[in-house]
Design a binder for this molecule. Structure first.
Ligand code: HEM
Length: 115
């Protein structure tokens, strides 16, 4: 088990996470139609900004979720799979931070977007 230290670590994390998302019965329909070649680098860039202080992500991530039909169950599954994938490969301060921040952002999305 290692710490999250480089962008390459995040590429691995996000690749495996998305392999799970696209196969998951609860959330796969959100991701099936995405162009992952275009999408995945953006997600990696987002987490590089949060965890590694790397510039390069400037989009309004929150807004991208406003138009999706999100519900409580989808959030819980997304977070479970993300945290599970982090624990599969990584330990340490950045791994903990990734879990904390995703929980917080997920909670903010829930309060904004679930009716
Ligand atoms: C139920 C939970 C979630 C679902 C189903 C979901 C689904 C999606 C989808 C379909 C997109 C593509 C939107 C588009 O390009 O129009 C997207 C983008 C993204 N999501 Fe989520 N999301 C969820 C929660 C989260 C959370 C909690 C985070 C962060 C902690 C997050 C981070 C991102 C990022 C960084 C992008 C890329 C935005 C960009 O293109 O710049 N998502 N998400």
């Amino acid at each position: 088990m290692k710490e999250i230290e480089t962008k390459q670590d995040l590429v691995l994390l996000i690749d495996v996470f998305y392999q799970k998302l696209v196969q998951d019965e609860v959330v796969s329909h959100f991701f099936k139609h995405l162009d992952l070649e275009e999408h995945l680098p953006r997600v990696v860039q987002f987490w590089s900004f949060i965890l590694l202080d790397e510039a390069g992500y400037s989009a309004n991530m929150m807004e991208k979720h406003a138009k999706l039909d999100l519900n409580q169950e989808s959030f819980e599954r997304w977070l479970k799979l993300f945290h599970e994938t982090i624990d599969q490969f990584f330990v340490g301060e950045k791994a903990d931070l990734a879990k904390q921040r995703s929980t917080l952002i997920g909670w903010t999305m829930k309060t904004k977007f679930i009716k």
